[in-house]
Design a protein around this ligand. Structure first.
Ligand code: SF4
Length: 111
């Protein structure tokens, strides 16, 4: 069983329900198509907003929770790209911290 988490842009969450990410996960399409074994979603999290510090206590708590819940891989939504192919720097930093905890990071969910 793979434990999967999704990380998205807080600003995008103002206008997004996460439905496309959920559909892709449930149907194992998009970036989730690689999972041939059973996988479950253990977290759907956002950054802490523009100007937030990815190394602060709040984000540390979120990442610690991912570890506690046994997340194997965090998928990053395309909403974290302010322009096509250019990832938000804060998301890049969060991804780097997550990887140092031994959790894999994959760019992409439904796209
Ligand atoms: S920091 Fe980046 S990912 Fe987070 S809300 Fe701002 S633009 Fe979105």
């Amino acid at each position: 069983m793979k434990n999967i988490a999704i990380l998205t842009c807080r600003k995008a969450a103002d206008v997004c329900t996460g439905a496309a990410c959920m559909k892709a996960f449930n149907e194992k399409t998009g970036s989730f198509s690689a999972y041939g074994e059973p996988a479950r979603l253990v977290a759907f999290m956002q950054c802490n907003g523009c100007g937030s510090d990815p190394t602060d206590e709040n984000m540390a708590k979120k990442i610690a929770r991912l570890e506690k819940d046994g997340a194997d891989c965090v998928h990053i939504g395309i909403c974290s790209e302010p322009s096509p192919g250019v990832e938000c720097e804060i998301i890049t930093q969060i991804a780097g911290i997550i990887e140092t905890r031994g959790i894999a990071v994959v760019r992409g969910t439904h796209a």
